[in-house]
Design a protein around this ligand. Sequence first.
Ligand code: DO4
Ligand code: MG
Length: 291
Amino acid sequence: MPIVRYRPLDNGHPRLGWLEDGQIRAFPDDAGYATPRQLLQHSLDEITGVVRSLRDSTAKSIPLAEVALVAPIDAQEVWAAGVTYKRSRDARMEESSERSVYDRIYDAERPELFLKGTPRRIVGPGGTITIRRDSTWDVPEPELTLVINRHGEVIGYTVGNDVSSRSIEGENPLYLPQAKIYTGSGALGPVVALPDEIGAPQSLDIELVIERDDVAVFEGATSTAEMHRSLDDLADWLHRGNSFPDGVFLMTGTGIVPPDDFSLQDGDVVRIAIAGIGTLTNRVAVLNVRT
Ligand code: DO4
Ligand code: MG
């Protein structure tokens, strides 16, 4: 039973529940699971036990049509790993003025890890992801995303989109934070799948479809089996030197990169599907923070 964060359409506050038989079931108010911050205080055993014990219970249920699913994040940082797939290494080497940094990090013991966003910059299912006005080459990056509790334990998996500016990063790797972290540069959702729902996390199919005017203009696929590092290793490196009292999300890198002549445009629709988790759909807009 996947965990969801939802907002009743009558404008209620977002809260956590789980999906059961096409309905949203709400965690009871006194259970300590109403928010992502609360959820991520618990161990995986506790979370699995609570969800099992509530299954078929009298917990309040709401039809899916009466809620909007929102990003399963409230107080967490989002981090991301880079160059974890050969396809990503090759694409960065082609785009960059500094080819060797990507080649070296692919095989280095220490992975590339960077802060991707804070809750305010991350959108949920159906939200608008953005491209910067000062960027000329933009892509979505479909990434299996680890949901990690305050104890450093992976309690679930969601779909992540590490939207990136290839022109800004390609000009100089030191521009990475500007290529990666801006309002609307990331998306998470639609659900948090618990480990026993997805099988082996390092053999999940990932698909990306980008539509323009209702026509698919790019389709790509990979599998997490193509990843050059283990998920446990990435999570371990993230926690060397960092603690996350409210939990943390870790995007694990992209294995799908559209060809070099492709760039996202205003109005495109991006769909990322990961087997066992679901499909994260977002529309693209040009970022209009300041002119
Ligand atoms: O080095 C840049 C970032 C790489 C990245 O985001 C990825 O491989 O997914
Ligand atoms: Mg990425």
